[in-house]
Design a protein. Sequence first.
Length: 104
Amino acid sequence: MTAETKTEIPQATGSCCSASGSCHGGGAADVQLGGITAVYEVKGMTCGHCEGAVSSEIAAIAGVTSVTAVAATGQVTVVSDAPLDEAAVRAAVDEAGYELVDRA
């Protein structure tokens, strides 16, 4: 059985950016209205409990606004206010008991 866990952190409304993301130099594929999106590959997730554990740990990183973990693909999508330090993401995944393989 495959489940998907999404953890959203409340954030302030409004943005300095237009819907096109024009203040970010344009063309940055991982910049979206509301934050920076990064996708990571995590090894060892097999169920909804795994997704929840990884999501909870990553959501605790300062600046993270949303986390979606999918055990079936091993991918974790993280939206944050600014680019995240990979060491912080790796430490959070380790704390949850899983292994950060790389950015997907």
